[in-house]
Design a protein around this ligand. Sequence first.
Ligand code: URA
Length: 269
Amino acid sequence: MTDYFYHLGFGRKEIAPYQPTIAILSGDPLRARRIVLETPNVNFTTILSENRGLNSYVGQLANGTHFISATSGMGAPSMSIVMNELYQAGIRHVVRIGTCGSIQQHVKTGNLVITRAALCRQGAADDIAPREYPASANPFLTMALVQAAEQLGFNWHMGLTASTDTFYEGQERHDISANKYLLRSLQGMTEEYQHLNILNYEMEAGTLFKMANVYGFSVACICAVIANRTESEIPSIAIKQQAEQQAIETTVKALENLSPEYFQEKYWR
Ligand code: URA
């Protein structure tokens, strides 16, 4: 048991006054900061660290609950280190807020995708559980996101996500990739996933969900759609900020709405 979390850059002493059990996990350090500094109904409490770009903050929900807004970095290896240390710090409820590329025509840019389970094509997950092990979200936390998105009037979809290790090859990009040779095993993959009713591509949920099921914590994931791969490989910078904001507001509302019953271990462990 360690008192200082090496990669997170803070220790038990710093979080002791707040006893947080909830974390919001963003890939992007600026998003982690925005969540505590610029979100309605969130009070900024303190900076825990701005180490290696893995920025962590404490914020407070309107109901008084403190949470950590942490940065996972890009991809499963970085996320797994952060999540391992957050668990050691006492975190037991995690919502990942990310961005994603839709692979279905009806899932438009600017919409939200709430993942109920992930197809996990990630090497880091193989260090945590067998390939066949379920990469599934907590149903109650996931439902809380759905209800919050509905209450806020946002366009949301709930379904399956493909989590990959690479943004370019692994998500079958060729037009905007430096690598013009795509392995035969990856060619046609997006079309296959469309037939398998997968909604979107992103880069962390699969491994995060397996970690949750192995370690024993509750997890859910909401992503803002910034590219629709049925139209273009290119992420849209223009809609990113607004779509991310909707994902953040949905998450904050969902966390505020969680009933006291949810925090009984039988609902989340
Ligand atoms: N994140 C991804 O992993 N893929 C996308 O297309 C957009 C964001």
